[in-house]
Design a protein around this ligand. Structure first.
Ligand SMILES: [Zn+2]
Length: 414
């Protein structure tokens, strides 16, 4: 986009408010647009956007708007607006101004960030002119700052060097329907299970730690107390790491999707790494009743004093966008998934147990035993939108058919 095209686009948008042309406005956004408007909770998609515009257009009568382009950087446009209207509910004359950032994709707005001020009455054009100019200067400053931040965000497309997908056991069940409510009743199934070792610059990061290595010594596997799952470990994780030339003490950063036994089986081996955990998961694991969440306290006994970074949402692990922890609660209170940018494959999202099977993902179906089923579904929906935005592919840890198509350690994925 050129600066002239950006200016023309801003003017075009301005014209769509006088009068409100909701259909044309919505058409200027991508199908999966993300909207962060003032204090409103973030929302996604044209349907929600249309609702939002319809609500506002019903209320703001006689809208007079001036929009101005401030800067264009890459695909990001910074602009400000000043407007006046009559509130149809209160009858009051209103005025306001604000700053907007638009991240463009194929000529449409993919991300809309807006910060604004409005008040009753008109902004005085003469008496308060100095004030107004000062405000506008502040706004321009703010928009440039925002734009700089966006540029940094936009540039956050660094990649890791490579990733090893390590076989970290197998879990057998006699009845798949616990994971697929209503179908596959009485059908046996084998879930794959993986650990993921990531090389980034000079560091190693491990995602999930699999079934316990000690299970490798049990030819008949280890059956859980309820008798619903039997866990096997064909090769201990320590041995798989050794084949790559890594020992547990070499791992700098360690995170688990969640704290169930098939992901935390070898967690104690990595007590020298920095551990990343969502606060609700931390509280459940190290609180008084880990068993209430089906967590095994012994799996974490060496981690209590480890360096733990408690998270309350998403986190950029290396600060360059190459690896992002995405908060996906539901399966457990602080479940998380991992976004990894690979240099050749492109971005992938490691599911953890956000979903267990391609079939469940397609139907947005959640096992009934999840900690919070509606929250699980919301996490899946959020990640689907995120994947559309980033073009990421989903690697489903426990889906054996999908897993069979991915090269395993000691080979790596680039
Ligand atoms: Zn699992």
């Amino acid at each position: 986009m050129t600066i002239d095209e950006a200016r023309a686009f801003v003017k075009h948008v301005e014209s769509l408010f006088m009068p409100w042309n909701v259909e044309a406005l919505v058409a200027g956004f991508t199908e999966d647009c993300v909207v962060r408007f003032g204090d409103l909770p973030e929302f996604t998609g044209r349907k929600e956007l249309e609702k939002f515009f319809r609500g506002r257009s019903a209320r703001q009568k006689g809208y007079q708007l001036r929009k101005q382009l401030h800067a264009l950087m890459g695909h990001t446009i910074a602009n400000s607006w000043q407007g006046e209207w009559q509130d149809s509910q209160t009858g009051a004359r209103m005025s306001g101004h604000g700053v907007e950032i638009w991240v463009m994709r194929e000529g449409k707005i993919a991300v809309w960030e807006a910060a604004f001020n409005f008040k009753e009455g008109q902004e005085k054009r003469h008496g308060n002119r100095v004030m107004q100019i000062r405000e506008m200067k502040k706004l321009i400053g703010a928009s440039l700052l925002l734009l700089a931040a966006c540029a940094v965000l936009g540039d956050r497309t660094a990649s890791v060097e490579r990733m090893y997908v390590i076989n970290c056991g197998e879990n057998h069940t006699k009845d798949l329907s616990a994971w697929t409510p209503g179908t596959h009743v009485g059908e046996p199934a084998v879930f794959s299970n993986h650990c993921y070792l990531i090389r980034h610059a000079n560091e190693w990061m491990l995602w999930d730690s699999g079934n316990p290595d000690r299970v490798a010594a049990l030819p008949n596997g280890l059956t859980n107390p309820r008798g619903t799952i039997t866990a096997y470990m064909r090769k201990p994780l320590v041995e798989s790491l050794k084949e790559i030339g890594v020992s547990p003490g070499d791992i700098h950063r360690f995170a688990m999707s969640h704290s169930h036994g098939d992901h935390s089986g070898n967690a104690n081996l990595f007590s020298t790494a920095t551990l990343y955990m969502q606060t609700p998961e931390y509280d459940a694991v190290f609180g008084p009743e880990p068993q209430k969440y089906n967590f095994i306290a012994a799996n974490f006994e060496k981690l209590r004093d480890a360096k733990i970074v408690k998270l309350n949402g998403d986190h950029d692990v290396f600060g360059d966008g190459a690896v992002l922890i995405k908060s996906t609660p539901g399966h457990t209170p602080g479940h998380q998934s991992l976004f990894v940018r690979l240099p050749k494959t492109g971005p992938v999202l490691l599911s953890g147990d956000m979903t267990h099977l391609v079939e469940n993902w397609q139907l947005k179906r959640s096992p009934a035993f999840n900690f919070d089923v509606p929250q699980s579904v919301r996490s899946m929906e959020r990640m689907e939108a995120f994947m559309k935005q980033t073009g990421a592919q989903l690697l489903i840890n426990h889906d054996p058919a999908q897993a069979a198509s991915i090269p395993k350690a000691p080979a790596s994925v680039e």
